[in-house]
Design a protein. Structure first.
Length: 204
């Protein structure tokens, strides 16, 4: 029953948000096309519930700039001026409301990371996929991209073990404050987070 209520809340709030944000979505789409060309949307396969892949939608914030050898430049070098603004205001995430309506995501849950990370998780970290990924989550209001990977996974696991409708509502409320303050948008020295390379064995 609680899972059904979470889904109903997702559909209701995401639907209302999409309708209210339609003018803003249109303006952002036009600005991206005029300033940076197409495509307007960034699509990437990400792991969802139980690790199953789905197509994540975001507004495109990076160019496809490459070096003299044809290798893609690092994220920080490919961020466009408009993309930096969209990320700072978290507006690049708005298309994920459609992912919520489709049932790929929830409004609240662990953020969907990269498919290649699946094989790098330990058993505990893999539990982050026991719930649907979210647009925002417990880790997003407790450091977002400024925390380390172990801290982030610990926050994700805490959410998996303790989630409830009141907790989701509280996370959504706190997220608006996080966006307004523009806190913890990126990890030090990175456009967002450094790549998760797996778990290093502990030194004895």
């Amino acid at each position: 029953m609680t899972i059904l209520l979470k889904r109903l809340l997702d559909v209701l709030l995401a639907g209302i948000a999409l309708m209210a944000a339609c003018p803003l979505l249109s303006v952002i789409a036009v600005l991206i096309f005029v300033c940076d060309g197409g495509p307007v949307l960034f699509r990437q396969i990400r792991p969802g519930y139980k690790g199953a892949g789905f197509t994540l939608l975001k507004f495109r914030t990076m160019s496809d700039a490459r070096d003299g050898q044809g290798a893609q430049l690092p994220d920080w070098a490919r961020l466009t001026p408009l993309g930096k603004l969209l990320r700072r205001l978290s507006l690049d995430e708005l298309p994920q409301l459609w992912n919520v309506l489709r049932g790929d995501m929830s409004l609240v849950g662990p953020r969907p990371l990269l498919m290649q990370y699946l094989s790098r998780y330990n058993a505990e970290q893999s539990r982050r996929h026991e719930v649907k990924p979210g647009i925002t989550g417990w880790a997003q209001i407790h450091g977002r991209n400024a925390v380390s990977w172990p801290e982030r996974f610990a926050l994700d696991l805490w959410y998996v073990e303790n989630w409830s409708i009141p907790l989701d509502v509280w996370i959504l409320i706190c997220t608006f404050g996080q966006i307004a303050q523009q806190n913890d948008i990126s990890h030090s020295g990175h456009a967002t987070m450094p790549e998760f390379l797996g778990n290093q064995p502990r030194k004895s």
